[in-house]
Design a protein around this ligand. Structure first.
Ligand code: FAD
Length: 470
């Protein structure tokens, strides 16, 4: 069996980090096995993360548009209703097509796929309890830990995935709750809050910190919050949940100001706990091998993704860095390149971040607050989508492009976009920053008309000179 042959690379975990590492390793001519316990490939991202959430964001946006915007575009429809089972079915179909697609890629690239729970028994052996109930040992010269992350639970709150749900439960609610409370104003909470808000829930977001999505540029965050409020999302910032009581009729939350003070009661039907994610290493046997971790439980690695135990590597959500699928993929490729004796590189300053609400918010590089803190002299160029012809033509013009460039050299340090499709628009900026472009480089690049991308060009013009259309 595959278990008794020695592999060049054994990957534990078949998420975006692990499956990409496995495919890349095989492409580099390394004999590779990937072990995954879930029964399907693709990890958190494909099964209960990026993909199902984007499927629901799209479907709920379509419903919302049909209900609230079609008429103004001259499209008459009868009454518009949500068919939730069909909507969830569409999401499930997207997930199963994609996860099966990865299995196909494994076959094509000759990656051996072992379905089961992997546990390290030495720096070159993984024992696997397979999903068929068998035990086998998979040997490898190099072992990559790509076991990802799991939902962070909050003390005193038990997730039952019915009334008190994690993001996983929030992807499959059996009916649209009348009221939904989201604990945590990170991107996952805002995305899932948007989904259910569009389908009719009254959404209240409770956040311990002073603001939503703390990594976002302050100015963009402010407009973003205003947009979400216009969409009827309510926020209770600097507020902590100190008590939760479920009953047949719903959930009663006891809230308190973050700094302490008078308690209030908030009643709701469903609570989504989205207060971050934690690295997942349960049952991996790391202690016994002495693999070093930090206080947050993340595996410590050097720039070649090597742990302190030779032959054991780690990538993705289980190591420090942004917990994002595309970051995990970059880690996977670079890690395997090092194993193959090549050079690998991930620039963590240039990992784009996207919030897939409507409008979307996407960014790359530094925020204005970060640039200020560095003491760099800088210029800011902005351009609103209200002045972008395409956005006006389609009547979807809420948003802005903000570019921050070093004053002296005009080199772009950060780009922040709020707009429909910002998650697609950002990549021109990612490439520009990657190649050390100046704002003038973008401004002097011909952009097709009429496109949303022209807003980036105009913001670039505004950075070192003047825009045309405002
Ligand atoms: P994971 O995807 O978590 O995969 C790890 C895999 O390892 C799992 O399948 C697990 O079953 C398996 N495993 C663990 N231990 C073992 C073991 N001992 N033996 C065998 N198998 C094991 N990121 C984005 O970039 N864009 C998004 O839009 C986005 N949306 C998200 C929405 C939600 C609701 C959530 C929860 C996450 C989202 N993310 C998004 C984050 C993204 O899913 C993660 O960053 C990404 O999946 C991390 O990849 P990974 O390979 O490190 O780990």
């Amino acid at each position: 069996t595959s278990g008794s042959d020695e592999n060049d690379v054994v990957v534990i975990g078949g998420g975006p980090g692990g499956y990409v590492a496995a495919i890349k390793a095989a492409q580099l001519g390394l004999k590779t096995t990937c072990i995954e316990k879930r029964g399907t490939l693709g990890g958190t991202c494909l099964n209960v993360g990026c993909i199902p959430s984007k499927a629901l964001l799209h479907s709920s946006h379509m419903y919302h548009e049909a209900k609230h915007s079609f008429a103004s575009h001259g499209v008459k429809v009868g009454s518009v209703e949500v068919d939730l089972p069909a909507m969830l079915g569409q999401k499930d179909k997207a997930v199963s097509n994609l996860t099966r697609g990865i299995e196909g890629l494994f076959k094509k690239n000759k990656v051996t796929y072992v379905k089961g729970y992997g546990k390290l028994i030495s720096s070159s052996e993984v024992s696997v309890e397979t999903l068929d109930g068998e035990n086998t040992v998979v040997k490898g010269k190099n072992i990559i830990i790509a076991t990802g992350s799991d939902v962070r639970s909050l003390p005193g709150i038990t997730i039952d995935e019915k009334k008190i749900v994690s993001s996983t439960g929030a992807l499959s609610l059996s009916e649209v709750p009348k009221r939904l409370v989201v604990i945590g104003a990170g991107y996952i909470g805002l995305e899932m809050g948007s989904v259910w808000g569009r389908l009719g829930s009254e959404v209240t977001v409770v956040e311990f910190g002073p603001d939503i999505v703390p990594t976002m540029d302050g100015e963009v965050r402010k407009s973003f919050k205003r947009v979400l409020e216009k969409q009827k999302m309510k926020f209770k910032l600097e507020t902590k949940v100190v008590g939760v009581e479920t009953s047949d009729t719903g959930v009663k939350l006891t809230l308190e100001p973050a700094a302490g003070g008078e308690q209030t009661i908030l009643e709701t039907d469903v609570v989504l706990v989205s207060a971050g994610r934690v690295p997942f290493t349960a049952g991996l046997g790391l202690d016994k091998l002495g693999v070093e971790m930090d206080k947050a439980g993340r595996i410590l690695v050097d720039h070649k993704f090597t742990t302190n135990v030779p032959g054991i590597f780690a990538i993705g959500d289980v190591i420090p860095g942004p917990m994002l699928a595309h970051k995990a993929e970059e880690d996977g490729v670079a890690c395997v390149e090092f194993i193959a004796g090549k050079e690998g590189h991930v620039d963590y300053d240039l990992v784009p971040g996207v919030v897939y609400t409507h409008p979307e918010v996407a960014s790359v590089g530094k925020t204005e607050e970060q640039v200020k803190a560095l003491g760099v002299d800088y210029r800011v160029g902005k351009f609103p989508f209200m002045a972008n012809s395409r956005a006006k033509a389609i009547d979807d013009a809420e948003g802005i492009v903000k570019i921050i460039a070093e004053k002296e050299s005009d080199r772009i340090l950060g780009v922040h976009i709020m707009s429909p499709n910002a998650g697609e628009l950002i990549h021109e900026a990612v490439l520009a920053v990657h190649y050390g472009a100046s704002s003038e480089d973008i401004a002097r690049t011909c952009h097709a008309h009429p496109t949303m991308s022209e807003a980036l060009k105009e913001a670039a013009m505004a950075t070192y000179d003047k825009p045309i259309h405002i």
